[in-house]
Design a protein around this ligand. Structure first.
Ligand code: ING
Length: 321
């Protein structure tokens, strides 16, 4: 059984201890309902601080964790060991070397960290843009992961992690799909208003479901996606946490934008119904046709070459067929 423990807003003034109390309440509620694993949101311990410009960058240090577990989070790890229930937790990481990452960990039934993931796709902008009603300065506050996506043997399944914007990129799911992933855990903070193109605002929920369902189906994997939603420091953020089956069906979804636990029986054997038929990669995938996907110049050189190639294969109006 897997639970998504959605959070409502975390205020700028909320303390980590106060936030952890909320997480603990939902963790205990999930364990009482039979959960083996509880998935918390991205940056779960603080308000979504990248909505504000702070300089120097060191003025933001207090938003980051320098140790995990730390003094405020160790009760979560202790409860995991006590109830023998694992969890996924997103937080801002400041390493001893001074690197800053948007990070998540999965913690096992003994309360030990089984794996750490650092966000690959960093959205938003790098510099102060006061024209925005609120900012999205993740590219100022976080470095992109140098590690990419891994899949781990965890709680009896092949489990991977992604964070927020990662869920919008098909490569995220396929890189883990090619490692046999059976469940992808995700936390997100998604403002409903998207300043660069407000026409997308009304589609926030649709786009959230679209990418999660497509990624699950096209890779025969479960996806558990947990929001920190609601009106947080004046920014309306998408809730709609959900649990998606390998079929692409949503089997559970939150109905509020506050603290809310949803739970589902996730039969890992369901993955094989897709991985061993329609999406049997060994039988049907054509990697020899996909080289452009991994060119570091985002395909520019292929498009250049493509001009020569496509002239042989594309016909102009009136050409003899
Ligand atoms: N948040 C957003 C996300 O990808 C965003 C960024 C906001 C994209 C609004 C599109 C629209 O869901 C994070 N934290 O990545």
């Amino acid at each position: 059984m897997v639970a998504a423990a959605q959070m409502g807003p975390v205020a700028r003034s909320d303390t980590r201890a106060g936030v952890v109390e909320r997480l603990l309440d939902m963790f205990i509620q999930s364990a009482d309902r039979g959960a083996d694993l509880v998935v918390f949101p991205e940056l779960a311990l603080t308000t979504f601080f990248p909505r504000w410009w702070q300089e120097p960058l060191s003025a933001a240090d207090h938003w980051y964790e320098t140790e995990m577990p730390g003094p405020d989070t160790k009760t979560l790890f202790e409860e995991a060991a006590r109830r023998q229930v694992g969890f996924f937790l997103g937080y801002a990481e400041l390493t001893p070397q001074g690197h800053r990452y948007n990070t998540s960990v999965i913690v096992d039934r003994r309360g030990s960290i089984a794996a750490k993931y650092r966000k690959v796709h960093i959205p938003g902008h790098e510099t102060n843009e006061p024209w925005r009603p609120f900012q999205h300065l993740e590219r100022y506050y976080f470095e992109p992961s140098p590690d990419g996506f891994a899949v781990h043997d965890f709680l009896g399944a092949r489990v991977g992690m992604m964070i927020c914007n990662d869920r919008r990129w098909p490569e995220t799911y396929r890189v883990m799909g090619l490692q046999g992933v059976e469940m992808i855990l995700c936390g997100y903070n998604t403002p409903i208003h998207y300043a660069p193109d407000p026409s997308q605002d009304v589609l926030a929920g649709f786009h959230n479901q679209l990418v999660l369902q497509a990624g699950a189906y096209q890779n025969g994997t479960w996806v558990v996606a947990t929001a920190k939603g609601g009106m947080e420091e004046g920014v309306d953020s998408l809730a709609q946490s959900c649990i998606v089956a390998p079929s692409g069906q949503i089997v559970a979804q939150t109905i509020t934008n506050g603290d809310e636990v949803i739970i589902a029986e996730c039969d890992i054997d369901w993955c094989a119904r897709y991985k061993e038929t329609l999406f049997d990669f060994d039988r049907y995938r054509r990697p020899e046709c996909y080289a452009i996907l991994t060119e570091s110049d985002n395909g520019k050189s292929s498009r250049e070459r493509g001009k020569a190639v496509s002239s042989e294969h594309s016909f102009k109006e009136g050409d003899p067929k």
